[in-house]
Design a binder for this molecule. Structure first.
Ligand code: GRG
Length: 294
């Protein structure tokens, strides 16, 4: 199977498992479950769950990495729903469809995001109950990454920096915590489920790869915001510059941002190769993420 076929297979697998895991739209309160499903099923790229599967695949074992992958997607999707709210980024479009508060209303969107968070931890606790230490480690990894010093902290600093003169230190903090932390944790959680998961040196090493990949991902995201159309992105294009956000492009310009994306990608690739194991798919995925168009 070539890279694109395997990628598509995994996306389908993740979507099927998400379908089975999310409460049905017919369960009370129906509107809440419809809102959760609206955002979850709107066609995200599923990059973070695929990174979980790719990291598990380096030293695979018989344990199932998909619950860890789905838990990450729940946290990621909640963060997108809340990010789109008028009090935050105020975006009307997400994943090619009206954002959750536009399709429903603000209160429902807040609650849909809220409900996806405990769901992530319930999935981990239930699915890895047979190996309690693994379950606890995964819960710790994901809760730290979703918390006030990573995802939420990065988002706070992003809001605080809006309209201010761009400065490199704030930008690094925002990108490291708002974006790279979730990508780093995706790789670490997938790796933790796998055969070498208790090797702390390798776990740190794959975290390094994830950090570099996350910074590359954000530099590409900043570039796509200025080079692509709203139709191509499935979310509002030119949103960053219009809302006065600091990005690599506003700070350094397009060609420097491109260089940065390539350098971080190279660092991620090297860190992955140094792990040993079968990392071909992950290497292909890292290159694919550099060249993505949406
Ligand atoms: C509300 C706590 C909280 C955090 C919000 C996700 C987020 C943090 C903000 C969205 C804006 C943004 C530029 C975030 C950086 C990470 C990023 C590019 C997210 C979008 O990820 P993709 O492109 O989205 O993987 P899909 O829809 O494909 O899953």
């Amino acid at each position: 199977m070539n890279f694109l076929e395997k990628l598509k297979n995994w996306q389908d697998l993740i979507n099927q498992r998400l379908e089975r895991t999310l409460p049905a739209s017919s369960v009370q309160p129906k509107v809440l479950h419809q809102a959760m499903r609206h955002s979850m099923n709107a066609g995200g790229k599923r990059l973070r769950p695929i990174l979980v599967l790719a990291a598990h695949d380096i030293f695979p074992n018989r344990l199932d990495p998909i619950p860890a992958a789905i838990a990450l997607e729940c946290i990621h999707t909640y963060s997108l729903i809340h990010d789109d709210l008028p009090a935050m980024d105020n975006s009307d479009l997400r994943r090619g469809v009206p954002s959750c508060h536009k399709a429903f209303d603000e209160a429902t969107a807040i609650l849909a995001g809220d409900a996806l968070q405990p769901l992530a931890f319930e999935i981990l606790a239930n699915s890895y109950a047979g190996d309690p230490q693994l379950g606890l480690d995964l819960v710790c990894m994901l809760s730290q990454t979703a918390g006030s010093q990573k995802l939420v902290g990065g988002q706070m600093q992003d809001l605080l920096s809006e309209g201010k003169d761009p400065d490199e230190q704030s930008l690094s903090y925002i990108h490291s915590n708002k974006t790279a932390a979730m990508i780093e944790t995706s790789l670490q959680m997938g790796f933790r489920v796998g055969r070498e998961g208790q090797n702390s040196k390798k776990l740190t090493q794959i975290g390094r790869a994830g950090h570099s990949l996350g910074l590359a991902f954000q530099a590409v995201d900043d570039l796509l915001d200025v080079t692509q159309t709203t139709e191509q992105l499935g979310k509002d294009a030119h949103h960053d510059c219009e809302s006065g956000k600091i990005t690599w492009v506003s700070l350094k310009g397009e060609s420097e941002a491109r260089l940065l994306a390539a350098q971080h990608t190279e660092n991620a690739l090297q860190a992955v190769i140094d792990l040993g194991g079968d990392c071909q798919f992950l290497q292909d995925l890292i290159r694919y993420m550099l060249n993505r168009e949406f």
